[in-house]
Design a binder for this molecule. Sequence first.
Ligand SMILES: CC(C)(COP(=O)(O)OP(=O)(O)OC[C@H]1O[C@@H](n2cnc3c(N)ncnc32)[C@H](O)[C@@H]1OP(=O)(O)O)[C@@H](O)C(=O)NCCC(=O)NCCS
Length: 135
Amino acid sequence: MEFVPATEQDLPEIKQMANQSLKSQHSLQFFLNHLKDFFYVAKEKGKILGFIIVRGKRLVLIVVDKSARRMGLGSSLVEFALQHFPELELKVRASNKGAIEFYKRTGWELVGEAKVGYRNGEKGFVFRKRATKKI
Ligand SMILES: CC(C)(COP(=O)(O)OP(=O)(O)OC[C@H]1O[C@@H](n2cnc3c(N)ncnc32)[C@H](O)[C@@H]1OP(=O)(O)O)[C@@H](O)C(=O)NCCC(=O)NCCS
């Protein structure tokens, strides 16, 4: 498994994986706009098994392919990002129970309810995680 910067060629595969996994549907343009950010993919034998996008200190998206979940990849992607940022924050849908469990069990701190929710009126929670090592 290698973590490498996302390229434009990766985006159709990334978009498909994200849209299969998330309630919010994202366009190719959304991912194109993030190519200038911290945007890494986890690849094994050329296949993308997950990705992470960070802008500023905000973890914009993290997705692991359904076939590769519960094997530590999500945690590894977060730890990898925390080697480059002293702290990360994110917003997650209140209905995304799996992701909320993931954040709670991997050392994220629940900061509170997000001031701004989601388009469908759903509320969001904000979580924060600090790098344990000084960078
Ligand atoms: C959230 C997500 C990235 C986690 O990735 P992952 O590679 O499966 O996570 P890990 O294997 O590192 O999980 C670490 C621990 O978190 C917890 N955890 C992870 N997913 C969980 C779930 N669905 N339910 C309960 N606990 C979970 C477990 O304690 C797990 O350890 P264990 O498998 O030894 O019990 C993945 O489920 C995903 O892509 N979900 C869809 C996209 C999404 O909702 N992204 C977040 C919103 S932006």
